[in-house]
Design a protein around this ligand. Structure first.
Ligand code: NAD
Ligand code: DAU
Length: 332
């Protein structure tokens, strides 16, 4: 039977990839996308499915109770992506992160409860678990204690707690996924990998924070979308699933070197710049639970998909060029 989804933040990076993914897999379902079109939301990221008769767009904020109530009508499944998502911005303006990520999530939870939603799926991050030391072999898992270290991570941790509290106290059927760093098409050029690629295309220096040795656990966005699909359709209610990518760890310096190599540029193009305040050293995710319970594993190898992503940015300059100056201004 066709289902009705409410996707929040569907004009952002992962949300827009998720809607494309969902329509290709479940063409009969209908999707309402509620997005405030902040600096991170782009209608150009939804142009390829905007004409689908099963797609509806509402421009509005998850903080607006009236708009949320309207968007929630007759919905079966909520997939909640909308958030302020950039750590550097959370250091400059933490308040906005608390408003959107915490209060906005609570508005959605209230409305989901009132409208007897069958599933509220909350998209979260591995950053709620804090940071890991180098060379310890340690990884985050569903059992790891929450130790958020940036205002962004703290706001996401608070939103996870709220989701769990609505499940426990009010019986709202929820699931949460805590995912590592995504990369792929339609990621805003303010984030590391697209900034790196677009700086290379524009012959700018590439910027590495601190010593460049920080490690992230990179996952292609489509693998993330497949994992969300499995959790929504087969995951156990009121459960959390950790999602991660890489088996071999790569530092930011290593990622930058591989991108520079693709463009036949030397590492002289790297500028080591002032480190991010409180910069987390290493993230790594143990995704055994989702593998054993739901049969998920990343389909895409990092190197292959890094190349595919570079090519996407080379071929889609019309998408990112209008966003590039604003993104670079953030770092001045
Ligand atoms: P993004 O910044 O690219 O997109 C966020 C979207 O939310 C934008 O379209 C924006 O307009 C919208 N939005 C912001 N405030 C809103 C509001 N008040 N009301 C309605 N819409 C609003 O973010 P992303 O990278 O696609 O991340 C999506 C979700 O996934 C976030 O919850 C983030 O915490 C989580 N996440 C991201 C990553 C990653 O690597 N990007 C990894 C793990 C989890
Ligand atoms: O781990 C999941 C998280 O990944 C998500 O929850 C966040 O929404 C998402 O933004 C991302 O957070 P990071 O802070 O890890 O991503 P970012 O792309 O900002 O930075 C990745 C790494 O690269 C980090 O170590 C900081 C570094 N960096 C970033 C930029 C923009 C640089 O060295 N130079 C840069 O220019």
């Amino acid at each position: 039977m066709a289902r009705k989804l409410l996707v929040t933040g569907g004009c952002g990076f992962i949300g827009s990839n998720f809607i494309s993914y969902w329509f290709s897999r479940y063409p009969k379902d209908s999707i309402t996308n509620l997005d405030a079109l902040t600096y991170a939301g782009h209608l150009s990221s939804t142009a390829h499915f905007a004409d689908n008769k099963n797609y509806h767009f509402i421009k509005g904020s998850i903080l607006n109770k009236r708009v949320v109530e309207r968007a929630m009508k007759d919905v079966d499944i909520v997939v909640h992506f909308a958030a302020e998502s950039h750590v550097d911005r959370s250091i400059k303006n933490p308040t906005l992160f608390l408003e959107t990520n915490v209060l906005g999530t609570q508005v959605l939870l209230e409305s989901a409860l009132r409208n007897k939603i069958k599933r509220f799926h909350h998209i979260s991050t591995d950053e709620v678990y804090g940071a890991l030391e180098f060379n310890t072999g340690e990884k985050f898992s569903e059992e790891t204690s929450y130790r958020p270290r940036s205002p962004y991570a703290a706001s996401k941790a608070a939103s996870d707690h709220l989701v769990q509290s609505y499940a426990h106290t009010f019986g709202l059927p929820t699931t949460i996924t805590n995912c590592s760093n995504n990369f792929g098409p339609f990621q805003d050029p303010e984030k590391f990998i697209p900034r790196l690629i677009t700086n290379c295309i524009e012959d700018r220096k590439v910027m590495l924070y601190g010593d460049g040795l920080n490690v992230r656990d990179w996952l292609h966005v489509e693998d993330h979308c497949r994992a969300i699909d499995l959790v929504i359709t087969k995951g156990s209610i009121n459960n959390t699933y950790c999602i991660g990518g890489q088996v071999d760890e790569v530092s930011n310096l290593e990622v930058a070197t591989r991108v520079l190599n693709y463009f036949n540029k030397s590492t002289d193009q790297i500028a080591f710049v002032t480190d991010r305040l409180g910069h987390d050293r290493r993230y790594a995710v143990n995704w055994t639970k989702i593998r054993t319970e739901l049969g998920w594993k990343p389909r895409y190898q990092f190197d292959e998909w890094l190349t595919a992503t570079i090519k996407w940015y080379e071929e889609n300059t019309a998408w990112w060029r209008p966003l590039k100056e604003r993104a670079e201004k953030l770092y001045r």
